[in-house]
Design a protein around this ligand. Structure first.
Ligand SMILES: O=c1ccn([C@@H]2O[C@H](COP(=O)(O)O)[C@@H](O)[C@H]2O)c(=O)[nH]1
Length: 288
């Protein structure tokens, strides 16, 4: 137990996000499951494209995933599309998952000038904020330093940040593979900046990066000492072999992220749980 918390090592609320994630990956296996209420999925699940439909979709996901996966990633855009009602559903979804001890990364991809990033930091990682999550995704393409307010609050509140480095979409390379003044790819600069924030971390640092499973090549990840969230598996064409190839020597730091490939098994909670188990099995090599 972690002294004074009654929690197993690495899992207490005052442990850094990286340690909590590492413990969750050991316990549940290497997988992040997305909650992405696409209009097509609502339809396929026989749900209306309304706030009520969104709510039922999210409740089914919570029932299927809570206490069963290392990390859950609600895609904020699909909630935002429903306005204030959608945000209310997102708030409840995050709250229920976290109260049950399941780690949540809000896929909000926030990026702005520093003073505005302070407000995003409060929204997603602020103690007691209605949207408070364990971690949030951040776009560093206004310059890595613009993310400092969110990185600082993450450190104070034991939260995590996943910085977009090399994304899974085909257009990403236009920016991310351009060459910085010192000759590195821009994506490599983002990984190296994240690595600098993880200095001294024991298991996993709390500043992660996003690297798409659809890429031909990944940036050099060996010095990161932080989690590597890898979306693009399944629907976007990335496979377990791609994950293995891109992970290189960092197998234990990689967290494949799957949304539609699992969600299309719904709305049956049993079928969703089976889809999760299949994915965990597929990526078990990451922790063997
Ligand atoms: O580079 C990135 C960054 C984030 N995403 C997000 O992950 C999921 C992928 O969904 P699938 O259904 O498994 O394709 C989605 O929320 C994206 O916004 C990404 O795909 N690539």
């Amino acid at each position: 137990m972690t002294p004074g918390t009654g929690s197993p090592p690495g899992t207490g609320p005052h442990e850094p996000f990286g340690s909590r994630l590492y413990a969750a990956l050991d316990r549940f296996g290497p997988l992040c499951v997305g909650v992405d209420p696409h209009p097509e999925l609502l339809q396929a699940w026989g749900l209306p494209e309304t706030v009520d439909g969104l709510e039922e979709f999210s409740e089914i996901c919570v029932e299927a995933f809570v206490g069963r996966v290392a990390l859950v990633k609600p895609q904020v855009a699909f909630f935002e599309a429903h306005g204030s009602g959608g945000f209310a559903v997102l708030e409840r979804t995050i709250e229920v998952l976290r109260e049950a001890g399941t780690l949540v990364v809000a896929d909000a991809k926030r990026g702005d000038i520093g003073s505005t990033m302070s407000a995003y930091a409060q929204a997603w990682l602020g103690r007691g904020s209605p949207l408070e999550s364990d971690a949030v995704t951040v776009s560093p393409y206004l310059g890595f330093g613009s993310a400092d307010p969110i990185l600082e609050l993450a450190e104070r509140n034991h939260g995590g940040v996943f910085v977009l480095a090399a994304t899974s979409n085909p257009e990403g390379g236009q920016v991310q593979l351009s060459t910085a003044a010192d000759g590195r790819h821009v994506s490599q600069v983002m990984v190296d900046e994240a690595a600098a924030r993880n200095a001294g971390a024991t298991t996993l640092g709390s500043v992660g990066v996003v690297v798409g499973a659809t890429l031909t090549d990944a940036p050099a990840l060996g010095g990161l000492h932080g989690p590597i969230l890898m979306p693009g598996v399944g629907h976007q064409g990335g496979t377990a072999d791609d994950v293995r190839r891109l992970a290189g020597d960092c197998l234990r730091s990689v967290v494949p992220s799957v949304s539609r490939e699992v969600l299309r098994a719904g709305p049956s909670v049993t079928a969703l749980r089976e889809a999760v188990s299949r994915s965990v099995e597929e990526f078990a090599f990451l922790r063997s």
